[in-house]
Design a protein around this ligand. Structure first.
Ligand code: HEC
Length: 110
């Protein structure tokens, strides 16, 4: 749920260009954003429904289903990240448990 202040300050601004503070991210979520920007952003625009190499992840958890048709749960999302999916590589060797928790916390803010 966006606050009125959040709407006003975010008005007309591209979220991708906004700072963590402007986005209202907590410490964990902003760590997750860093992980995302390193490993994911190249294929998944965070604040767009239009994909790049992979689907855009805007409102990922606000929709009932993931692009694959699986329900939008942490388990399903983490499985795709750890094991890979289709053309998406697996990240089990690059991302540790803490980074995964931070990443998922950030994905919930999209
Ligand atoms: C090389 C490009 C690439 C990278 C890097 C990448 N992905 Fe993906 N991702 C894809 C593609 C392609 C799909 C669609 C896979 C399919 O369903 O065939 C996808 C699908 C997904 C999905 C949807 C899964 C579903 O069940 O529909 C999520 C969530 C996701 N990626 C998150 C991430 C996250 C988080 C990262 C960073 C850790 C990441 N991806 C890195 C290409 C990528």
């Amino acid at each position: 749920m966006m606050t009125v202040a959040g709407l006003l300050s975010g008005c007309g601004k591209d979220p991708a260009q906004m700072s963590d503070a402007e986005l209202g991210l907590n410490v964990q979520q902003s760590h997750g954003r860093k992980v995302y920007n390193i490993y994911c952003l190249n294929c998944h625009p965070a604040y767009s429904s239009h994909g790049n190499k992979g689907p855009g992840l805007k409102k990922l958890y606000q929709k009932q289903y993931l692009p694959s048709g699986l329900t939008a749960t942490d388990d399903h999302v983490m499985q795709s990240i750890f094991r890979g999916r289709g053309m998406m590589p697996r990240f089990a060797d690059q991302i540790d448990q803490q980074e995964m928790q931070d990443l998922v916390a950030y994905l919930h803010t999209l």
